[in-house]
Each structure stands twice: as structure tokens, then as C-alpha cells.
Design a protein around this ligand. Structure first.
Ligand SMILES: Nc1ncnc2c1ncn2[C@@H]1O[C@H](COP(=O)(O)OP(=O)(O)OP(=O)(O)O)[C@@H](O)[C@H]1O
Ligand SMILES: O=P(O)(O)OC[C@H]1O[C@H](OP(=O)(O)OP(=O)(O)O)[C@H](O)[C@@H]1O
Ligand SMILES: [Mg+2]
Length: 404
């Protein structure tokens, strides 16, 4: 695809654009330097909205926003996020039943009133804003770029633990950039003038422009590109790039480097909702709660394991004292200790106690060493599938954000 030239000879001009208005509701802790512009809700769509147009079972007359009774979630139809999204949902016992890969709709049998729509990530964001989708799973980079800080979008879960990457500014390693190692160095280069601005190629026009503007770049022009951006500087089509980086391999292989202060945004997959749907559409809040609980329970459990061991002792309290003296054995709320009953000379006796303790996976070996050091034996380690807390903090935060 040929790139489109989005000329911005003088970045200060953008300061007056409507997209530079004050902060609003879209918040996620991972955002670095993200501005919050407000985009008003579009009026409810009439009959042939884009989503209805691709329906597997087209209605004679598509329903208005208020008439739709089924809840809709948008999932990425392509790209690396698509498979990982389905696999995360499957791990939460929310398997998506997708009968035909060319069909844009599917369902999740465990949640009867929920319709799945496969869409391009940027369209998920747009349709959440218009109210044609109620929920969506999409990278925070896409939410930020296409949502532009819209108050109509609510990030329900900001860390689904996949699709980790950062939107970052990168410059060539050599030539005039050899000694450029910080954003300040780049901004202070004498080369950039009104006539010869710094040329930035990016697929993230909104975030890219905003970042340059907020970091004091006066002479910048933007080129919109959506693939193989790392080749632009070597081809002489751009000076620097603003693109997604994960391992850094693509940058390295194309002789580019990141610079200090050049990270525009940290991103990973998020669960996003349409604010109006959360307030107004029957069932959306309940489905959001269920999805949030399942996601939290699964994601929390992923980092933890259950360790079980036997220990000789005179009483549960005495064993508990020994266990609690070890820093890695405190568990979620403390260890569970139960007597192990044995029959001895025709009598029931307790010599051993079983200890159950949940520990972070990363401190597994340390926990085993500590258990052994206080007399633990027969250690069993079990993977945990779900940890349901009393109530997830993210749910409380969501209710607060919605004023409920
Ligand atoms: N290298 C990466 N590593 C991890 N996550 C990434 C990487 N690149 C992109 N992502 C995340 O995955 C999302 C989808 O990116 P991906 O490149 O798979 O799809 P796409 O760009 O829509 O597809 P295509 O590149 O085929 O056009 C991005 O919006 C971002 O959140
Ligand atoms: O830091 P790395 O691990 O090397 O990943 C970064 C690359 O991944 C993405 O490209 P993608 O593979 O999606 O190809 P695309 O440019 O065609 O979208 C991104 O646009 C970078 O080019
Ligand atoms: Mg890509």
C-alpha cells in the first residue's frame, strides 16, 4: 500500500485542533504521555450500521441501538492478537464456538446472551464508540490511537497479559544520529527547520503527533505508513519511525535504535467496554462482571502454585508458627494446616500435619527449601487454574468510574 503524506509543517498548528482538548475518562495506568481528548458519542445508528451489514442472519430491518437485546463483544479477526484472544477466553472456560472461519459471528455457549463479532482491531474501537459493540478485546495501543481518549470507552481490564509491546520512537544508529541518544538530543538537532522538518513515519498518527508536540518538537512532518516502517529511514523516505516494538529484533536488524524518553506508550491486550452500553443496555454490566471475574481468576492463578507438604508436630499452632517464620510460606491469607489422622494400636492419633500454601510460581524453589528447612516432607506442587478473590478490585474500580 502506498503511504499517504500527512503534512504537518509546523507542529504547533495541531495545538488548536479539536483532538487536543483536555483530559477525560479513558484511563489505563500503562499510558505514558497519553493525552485525553473527548470524542462525543455518535447518535444511535439507524438501520444499516456496518455491523448489521455483515450479519450472518441479516434482519429485514436492522434494529436501532435501543432495540437490540443481545450483547455484543468484538474480537480481533486477524493478526497475532486473534489466536491469543481465543486461547485466553478458552482458559477462562469461555470457548468461542466459531463454525466457519469466513463467518464474522460466533458465540460462547457458556454466555447465552452474548454474540461474538470478529472485527479488525481498529474497527472494534470505532464500533465500541458508536455503540455497535458493547465489549471488545484489543491492544491498548489501538484503543489509545483510535479512541483518542474518548470518554465513551471504559478500559475494564488493562492487563490481559498478552500482546505486550511499546510504541516507541526509533532513529538510525549511524550517520547524523550516531550520537543522538535521548529525545532531547533529537529535538535539539540543528538540522530540523521549517523548510526541512524532521520526517516521522508512523501508523499511529494521533499518538505520534501528540507525543512530538508535547515533547517540544517544532519542525516535524508526518508520513502515514502501515507496514515495514523500519525500512523507511534506509530508503530515505523518513528520518525516524514511531512504531511498535516488542523484542527489538526488527529495529536491530534494520540498523535502528530506541532513544531515552522515546517510549510513547506501553501496551498489552485489554478488555474495553462502551460506557453507554454499561449504563443502558440490559445484561452488559452482568456479562462484564462475569468476564472480569473469570479473567481475573485465571490470570491471578497463572502466577501462583499450591504447595502441599507433611510436617511432624505437636499441634497445628506449633506447626503454623514454624511455617509462618519463613518469608516465602505465608500464602494468600496464611497457610492452611490440617491434622493427618493415623491409626496406632487401635487408637486414632495425630503425628503429622498437612500444610497447604499458595506461593508465587517464581519463588517455588525457595519455598520448597524453606519447607524442608523446617521439617517439611513429601512435598506436592499443584498448578492452580483459578483463584477467585472475594471481589476483584477492578470491578470496584469500574463501578466507581460509572458512578454506580
Ligand atoms: N511485535 C509485537 N509483539 C507483541 N505484540 C504486538 C507486536 N506488534 C503488534 N502487537 C500487538 O498486537 C496488535 C495486533 O498487531 P498485529 O501486527 O498482529 O496485527 P495487525 O498489525 O493488525 O496485522 P498485520 O500486521 O498483519 O497488518 C497490535 O495492535 C499490538 O497491540
Ligand atoms: O520488536 P519486534 O519483536 O521485532 O516486533 C516489532 C515488529 O512487530 C510489528 O510488526 P509485524 O510483525 O506485525 O509486521 P507489520 O509491520 O507488517 O505489521 C511491529 O510493527 C514491528 O515491525
Ligand atoms: Mg502488524
Amino acid at each position: 500500500m502506498s503511504p499517504m503524506l500527512a503534512t504537518l509543517p509546523d507542529v504547533t498548528a495541531v495545538l488548536h485542533s479539536p483532538s487536543a482538548s483536555p483530559p477525560s475518562g479513558l484511563r489505563a495506568p500503562a499510558a505514558v504521555g497519553m493525552g485525553m481528548a473527548r470524542t462525543r458519542f455518535l447518535a444511535p445508528r439507524a438501520a444499516a450500521s456496518a455491523a448489521s451489514a455483515v450479519s450472518a442472519k441479516p434482519a429485514a430491518v436492522a434494529p436501532l441501538y435501543a432495540d437490540r437485546t443481545v450483547v455484543r463483544i468484538g474480537l480481533p479477526s486477524k493478526g497475532r492478537m486473534s489466536e491469543q484472544t481465543l486461547s485466553l477466553l478458552k482458559s477462562c472456560q469461555l470457548s468461542v464456538r466459531h463454525l466457519n472461519p469466513r463467518q464474522y459471528t460466533a458465540d460462547i455457549p457458556q454466555v447465552p446472551n452474548l454474540e461474538v463479532w470478529f472485527q479488525r482491531p481498529k474497527d472494534i474501537v470505532r464500533k465500541l464508540q458508536s455503540g455497535d459493540l458493547d465489549l471488545g478485546i484489543v491492544g491498548f495501543d489501538i484503543v489509545s490511537e483510535y479512541g483518542q481518549g474518548s470518554d465513551d470507552l471504559v478500559v475494564v481490564h488493562d492487563a490481559l497479559e498478552f500482546g505486550h509491546c511499546r510504541l516507541s520512537l526509533a532513529v538510525p544508529k549511524e550517520g547524523i544520529f550516531e550520537n543522538i541518544n535521548t529525545l532531547e538530543d533529537l529535538a535539539n538537532m540543528p538540522e530540523w527547520t521549517q523548510e526541512r522538518p524532521l520526517r516521522v513515519v508512523t501508523g499511529f498518527g494521533y499518538l505520534g503527533e501528540k507525543f512530538m508536540r508535547e515533547n517540544g518538537f517544532n519542525h516535524v512532518s508526518f508520513l502515514a505508513g502501515d507496514g515495514a516502517l523500519e525500512s523507511y529511514p534506509a530508503m530515505g523516505m523518513a528520518d525516524v519511525i514511531v512504531d511498535l516494538v516488542s523484542s527489538g529484533t526488527t529495529l536491530r536488524e534494520n540498523n535502528l535504535k530506541e532513544i531515552d524518553g522515546g517510549v510513547v506508550l506501553e501496551s498489552q491486550a485489554t478488555l474495553v467496554a462502551c460506557r453507554r452500553s454499561l449504563h443502558k443496555r440490559n445484561g452488559v454490566l452482568e456479562i462484564t462482571h462475569e468476564m472480569l471475574e473469570r479473567l481475573e481468576a485465571h490470570l491471578t492463578a497463572t502466577g501462583e502454585i499450591m504447595v502441599t507438604a507433611n510436617m511432624r508436630g505437636n499441634s497445628a499452632e506449633e506447626v503454623a508458627e514454624r511455617v509462618l517464620s519463613q518469608t516465602s510460606l505465608c500464602g494468600l491469607q496464611g497457610p492452611t494446616i490440617s491434622p493427618v489422622y493415623r491409626s496406632r494400636d487401635g487408637k486414632v492419633a495425630v503425628e503429622y500435619y498437612a500444610i497447604n500454601v499458595v506461593v508465587p510460581q517464581k519463588s517455588l524453589y525457595k519455598s520448597i527449601q524453606q519447607l524442608r528447612s523446617i521439617g517439611g516432607s513429601g512435598v506436592l506442587v499443584t498448578k492452580l487454574t483459578y483463584i477467585f478473590d472475594e471481589e476483584t478490585p477492578r470491578w470496584r474500580k469500574l463501578l466507581l468510574e460509572l458512578g454506580l
